[in-house]
Design a protein around this ligand. Structure first.
Ligand code: UDP
Length: 463
């Protein structure tokens, strides 16, 4: 029976369009792998900027489209400007590409994997222009939102937050609770530091409106983790919602990594005692100034805990070299105790028995990956949804400590020890182990994510 079903799906093509940032590409390609494993044919339409490595996915068709992003724009750390440009520049190329695909597929007998009828477009939510393109072609559009439900609700509340003067954020109100979105405080609201608030509000508003206009929302989460927020979401968004995560429990993200993962750190981890190492990574975009970087370095060294630290290019503002920044004698002092790499195989690191804590910026992928390996967190969010995720990690799920102030070596040292060697950390480790079990159960047959995936497949067939 199942084989028969899969055979039927093999005649159906899906077009997926990711947002070209690491934290968005990973879940979109994982979703593609999940749907492919269920029998669908997959076409990935992607920008030339940050294009995924197609050779890791020989079973998908990759089609690049022009994105109008120059090398200079691509090297800017202005994510807001980049996303706004992509939403304008990609509209015509995506439409032309879909027109071609739809006519190819209409006029051919479905034999080859490229020529199957296309059932729908699955787009990243932030690429909001795709709803207009899909409507113009009468093609159903599903949306993938790659972050937490809580952060999406906070984005959806922007009009109310502005009306009630929580936004724009004023420095004197940072600690004020946002009574409409407990337990968030004003400083947790998912904003990006910008002088161009108008563009930020437009981007967020369009994303939310075009999710509402879509044929369904796919989320990389599981019901047990975000139950009450999910109830609020389904009330506010009258569209089908599919919670089918954590995606990486079904397909790992390593093959969609834009940077080369340095595997040597796994051999280093093999030499360390169980649960002794703190893994430190702030993802692909977060950055800090030189002074904070120095505090971080000394805080780690002074904690006396072994650490694995990802220092990627661009981590420190205005510098793509980190070597000159190391304080005198620092590298000698940490020899044997610390391992530094430019990019790590993060999921393997978190799954390694030597890792006992994760100092993270709380990007949603990192947060979920940590929960799924039962690793408690030290939270230091940088911008956007990370602040919301960090508040939930520390105050709702209570599986992490929140470094809320500007980084300072003594505070870092103290909190690393609280997480890694004190009873408090042990209690968090127990709580996160229980979430890990729930995550694993959700993707097994009969689990909430497993069932939701079946519903998503039925929805695709209904188009
Ligand atoms: N990642 C990785 N190696 C690293 C750091 C991160 O492979 O050294 C991966 C990580 O596993 C995650 C993604 O990059 O899947 C980062 O996504 P996240 O949402 O956590 O943060 P973002 O980069 O979007 O801020």
């Amino acid at each position: 029976m199942e084989e028969e079903e899969e055979q039927k799906r093999r005649g159906v093509g899906l077009v997926l369009f990711p947002c070209p940032l690491q934290g968005h590409i990973n879940p979109m390609l994982q979703l593609a792998s999940i749907l492919h494993s269920k029998g669908f044919s997959i076409i990935i339409v992607h920008t030339r900027f940050n294009s995924p490595n197609s050779s890791n996915y020989p079973h998908f068709n990759f089609i690049p489209i022009p994105d109008g992003i120059s090398d200079i724009q691509a090297s800017f750390s202005d994510v807001l400007a980049l996303l706004s440009h992509l939403n304008v520049n990609c509209a015509v190329p995506l439409r032309d590409c879909l027109v071609r695909l739809l006519s190819d597929h209409d006029n051919s007998i479905s034999t080859s994997k490229e020529k199957e009828p296309i059932s729908c477009l699955i787009s990243d939510a932030i690429m909001h222009f795709t709803q207009g393109v899909a409507d113009g072609l009468k093609l159903p559009r599903l949306v993938l939102r790659t972050s937490s439900v809580e952060s999406f609700l906070a984005f959806a509340a922007f009009p109310v937050l502005r009306q009630k003067n929580y936004l724009p954020i004023s420095d004197s109100e940072l600690e004020t609770p946002v009574t409409e979105l407990p337990p968030l405080k004003v400083k947790d609201l998912p904003v990006i530091k910008t002088h161009d608030l108008k563009t930020l509000y437009q981007l967020v508003g369009s994303m939310v409106d075009q999710v509402k206009a879509s044929s369904g929302l796919i989320l990389n989460t599981f019901d047990h983790l975000e139950q009450s927020s999910l109830s609020a979401l389904t009330q506010e968004f009258p569209i089908p919602v599919f919670t089918i995560g954590p995606f990486h429990k079904l397909f790992p993200a390593s093959s969609s990594s834009l940077l080369t993962q340095d595997q040597s750190c796994i051999a280093w981890l093999d030499t360390q005692p169980p649960k002794s190492v703190i893994y430190v990574s702030f993802g692909s975009l977060a950055s800090m100034d030189e002074a904070e970087f120095m505090e971080m370095a000394w805080g780690l060294a002074n904690s006396k805990c072994p650490f694995l630290w990802v220092v990627r290019s661009g981590l420190v503002h205005d510098s793509d070299r980190v070597e000159p920044l190391w304080p005198d004698g620092f590298l000698e002092m940490i020899s044997g105790k610390g391992c530094i790499v430019k990019w790590a195989p993060q999921q393997d690191v978190l799954a390694h028995p030597a890792v006992g804590g994760f100092w993270t910026h709380n990007g949603w992928n990192s947060t979920l990956e940590s929960i799924c390996e039962g690793v408690p967190m030290l939270c230091h969010p940088n911008f956007g949804d990370q602040m919301v995720n960090a508040r939930y990690v520390s105050h709702v799920w209570r599986v992490g400590l929140h470094l809320e102030n500007r980084l300072e070596r003594k505070e870092i040292e103290r909190n690393i020890r609280r997480l890694m060697v004190e009873k408090e950390g042990e209690d968090m480790r127990e709580r996160v182990a229980s979430l890990k079990e729930k995550a694993e159960a959700s993707v097994k047959k009969g689990g909430s994510s497993y069932e939701s995936l079946e519903e998503l497949i039925a929805q695709i067939f209904s188009f």
